[in-house]
Design a protein around this ligand. Structure first.
Ligand SMILES: [Zn+2]
Length: 324
């Protein structure tokens, strides 16, 4: 079962999280394969890492809404998305145009011309009128313009830039599991916001406890992250550290695949296209078929459904809510 483990280091300004996505991740891939639309292996690995990272970031800030991690690319991968809700429900998708080499890393997939971007959006569940979602964007290169090849490097860079917090991330994914380990220095507290922020910046890279623990975390190999259970990983890495574990998030309260698409939403989308446009598709193809990019579900609207869609509520014939 998929799990999110949270822990901190007693008496030290360092916290951590470990995520292992198993069943939910396998379901994402199986749905895609069933729709005869499987992603190339490097894209599957990237999406798995994005899903793991999304859960770690959402688990870290516990934001009341959706945390959306997006990669915009100028290579064969045009877009990759991982969305994680506050209850850790997650879904991912990507738009791939053209061939992706079997050994492609970030640069070859998303940043061929240096225009690739990673955006982190926090979309509140209950928006106030006029409230815009918060969004932070980083390029896919480091401080010296060197292209970054790993998602973990991009996100570490983002956390440092946007939150002035040292963060160590290790991510890995294959077709069975998507997993990640996050170690973060806790922000300085209780000194008033501005002063606190200033001190956080001053402390970047200088906290001894954080540096030691991040170094230990950095010895975790991709293979170990993919194959060992959480207890074994934490014991092996931090056996000399005063680690305190919190209850595990799993099952219904843990990370799991859930798609929020619905026939109603697809209907609203068709309505927004306008009657002429939709009638045109029906004339051409006999019906409208819309597939969900996240879960692979296909929604069909035949001429009767389309007629109902554009009939004002109250004028519909009795029993006309039949699904087709
Ligand atoms: Zn869906």
């Amino acid at each position: 079962m998929s799990e999110l483990h949270k822990f901190l280091f007693e008496g030290l300004p360092v916290r951590g999280m470990l995520v292992r996505l198993t069943d939910g991740w396998q379901e994402v891939l199986a749905r895609r394969a069933a729709a005869s639309d499987a992603f190339p292996a490097p894209v599957r690995a990237l999406l798995g890492e994005m899903a793991a990272a999304g859960v770690l970031m959402q688990g870290n800030i516990q934001f009341a809404g959706a945390l959306v991690l997006q990669m915009y690319g100028d290579g064969p991968v045009k877009l990759a998305v991982a969305e994680v809700q506050s209850d850790l429900a997650l879904r991912v998708t990507a738009k791939v145009v053209g061939d992706v080499a079997g050994d492609a890393k970030l640069e070859a997939m998303l940043n061929v011309h240096g225009q690739g971007r990673c955006a982190i959006t926090l979309d509140p569940k209950d928006k106030r009128p006029g409230q815009q979602p918060y969004q932070g964007v980083v390029a896919l290169h480091g401080d010296h313009r060197e292209p970054l090849q790993q998602l973990s490097e991009v996100l570490e860079h983002y956390m440092l830039q946007s939150e002035q917090l040292d963060t160590k991330l290790i991510l890995a994914a294959d077709d069975n599991i998507a997993a990640g380990l996050l170690i973060q220095r806790l922000p300085v507290q209780g000194e008033g916001n501005l002063q606190g922020a200033q001190r956080n910046e001053d402390l970047i890279g200088l906290d001894e406890a954080y540096n030691r623990i991040a170094l230990l975390a950095g010895t975790l190999t991709r293979e170990e992250l993919l194959t060992l259970d959480a207890d074994t990983i934490l014991r092996r890495l931090f056996w000399e550290e005063p680690i305190r574990r919190f209850p595990v998030h799993s099952g219904e309260g843990g990370p799991r695949f859930v798609c929020s698409c619905s026939r109603e939403r697809v209907g609203s989308m068709l309505k927004s296209l306008g009657r002429d446009e939709v009638d045109g598709i029906v004339t051409e193809q006999g019906r409208v078929e819309i597939g969900c990019d996240f879960c692979g579900l296909k929604y069909h609207f035949d001429p009767v459904d389309v007629g109902e869609l554009f009939t004002p509520v109250g004028q519909q014939a009795p029993g006309s809510d039949a699904r087709h």
